[in-house]
Design a protein around this ligand. Structure first.
Ligand code: HEC
Length: 123
């Protein structure tokens, strides 16, 4: 595919596409996280307020942290009931794909400057 088209698609499609991972996480958050991670708790994470725009680097970092905590089984804490495996795997798989796409979009966006510099020095 034409490179410009690929970039345009990544950027314009990401915000809408972001909804899909929000939806994949809602059942897991509701069942296994929200009791400890809402506005009324003192954990460092408020899952009611978290953003879903992974092109924002803070939001991106937060979701990477969430991915790691859930993937490693650290969250929910060991003493709590294990989340439903199907719900958990779907949330992780969807998030993984979205994190990968967002880093690809960032790479393409930021990768363009060094490429131009390289071309200039070759002259
Ligand atoms: C029983 C309460 C409880 C439940 C349920 C729970 N957490 Fe936590 N979570 C905590 C506490 C307490 C901390 C702070 C732990 C610490 O600082 O060592 C924490 C920390 C975290 C952190 C690290 C935040 C940071 O910035 O340091 C993440 C990410 C996280 N939880 C995600 C989740 C997710 C996702 C779920 C649901 C799958 C979940 N947690 C379920 C109590 C809970």
């Amino acid at each position: 595919m034409n490179q410009f088209l690929t970039i345009a698609l990544l950027f314009f499609a990401l915000p809408i596409y972001g909804q899909a991972f929000k939806e994949a996480w809602a059942p897991l958050v509701e069942a296994s996280c929200i009791d400890c991670h809402d506005a009324n708790t003192d954990t460092p994470l408020n899952l009611e307020k978290i953003g879903h725009d992974l092109s924002d680097s803070n939001t991106f970092r937060q979701w990477v942290e969430i991915f790691d905590q859930v993937d490693s089984g650290e969250m929910p804490p060991k003493k709590k009931k294990r989340p439903d495996r199907v719900i958990k795997n779907k949330a992780l798989a969807t998030l993984h794909q979205h994190l990968r796409d967002a880093s690809l979009a960032k790479l393409i966006k930021e990768g363009r400057a060094p490429l131009r510099r390289l071309t200039r020095t070759e002259y």
